[in-house]
Design a protein around this ligand. Structure first.
Ligand SMILES: C[S@@+](CC[C@H](N)C(=O)[O-])C[C@H]1O[C@@H](n2cnc3c(N)ncnc32)[C@H](O)[C@@H]1O
Length: 272
């Protein structure tokens, strides 16, 4: 979805973010994965105070109430999403919708569980950094683990009528989501790992190739809560596989956080 007319910049930014998030509600597999993971915590959730950080439309806040949560703070920063959230959860006295960035929210009581979906296609390129800047310490975060898996593949297996060798040549240095929808190879390793409360860990990977022609590097996110897989790029429609031509044998993904505007700039650097 795209806004086609000329509107004031501030309005455009909040509407664009709002529209970008609508797609998650079409991903029923993601919803089932989250609910399965939360159901596993049912005994823990019962009678507790929880937070949904970045609550969107509040579907998981509602689910926490169904699982017996005493109180749920549904925190959402986007004005348009918040308007929808407020209406959606109005019938639950246990859910308190609050329009705020989660980093600015300070609850008075202990928070037993914070749930979120702050994962970007490249793991750390959306809002995970917000969880490192909280004014409180939740006893448990769900989901609490994510991995950015990688594979190097031979592009000859993937080229089609549209995405040809010539097209790929033009994309050097760019990380492209959804260039191809499906991975026909296996993951070869993990480039990044995030865990709460430890944070982000980068692995130094040296690829072993002498001839780099026709090689593509592909990344895919996997989300876990402890040992349970919650969602996976390429299988859940909300997260895309991300592709880039291999330029050298060592790559580094760099994330620059703009805390004021709440977004993350990603760079990929190649060295030999
Ligand atoms: C991917 S959606 C997830 C919505 C909902 N939690 C779900 O899983 O259905 C992320 C939401 O978090 C909100 N958000 C992003 N960063 C935030 C922050 N720092 N504080 C509060 N809300 C935030 C966005 O506006 C968006 O509505």
């Amino acid at each position: 979805m795209q806004i086609l007319n000329d509107i004031p910049e501030r309005k455009y930014i909040e509407a664009e973010t709002f529209l970008a998030f609508l797609g998650i509600y079409e991903d029923k597999k993601r919803e089932r994965g989250y609910k399965k993971g939360l159901k596993r915590l049912k005994d823990y959730i019962k009678g507790k105070t929880c937070i949904e950080a970045g609550a969107g439309f509040g579907i998981f806040s509602e689910y926490l109430v169904k699982l017996g949560a005493k109180k749920v703070y549904a925190i959402e920063s986007n004005r348009l999403a918040f308007n929808v959230l407020k209406e959606n959860v109005a019938k639950y006295e246990q859910i308190i919708p609050i329009r705020s960035r989660i980093e600015n929210f300070k609850p008075r009581e202990e928070i037993s569980l914070l749930i979120h979906d702050f994962f970007g296609n490249l793991l750390y390129d959306e809002s995970l950094f917000a969880l490192e800047n909280l004014k409180f310490k939740p006893r448990r975060v769900f989901p609490n683990i994510a991995k950015l898996r990688y594979a190097v593949v031979n592009a000859n297996k993937y080229y089609d009528d549209c995405i040809t060798k010539n097209v790929i040549k033009q994309l050097s240095g760019m990380l492209i989501s959804d260039l191809f929808l499906e991975l026909k190879d296996s993951w070869q390793g993990t480039a990044l790992e995030w865990q709460y409360p430890e944070g982000l860990k980068k692995y130094q990977i040296k690829l072993p190739y002498e001839n780099l022609e026709d090689l593509l590097l592909v990344f895919g996110l996997q989300i876990y809560d402890d040992d349970l897989k919650i969602a996976e790029a390429g299988k859940d429609s909300n997260w895309s596989l991300v592709w880039t031509p291999v330029n050298a044998n060592i790559f580094n993904l760099d994330f620059k956080i703009d805390k004021n505007h709440g977004y993350v700039k990603v760079k990929i650097e190649w060295t030999n």
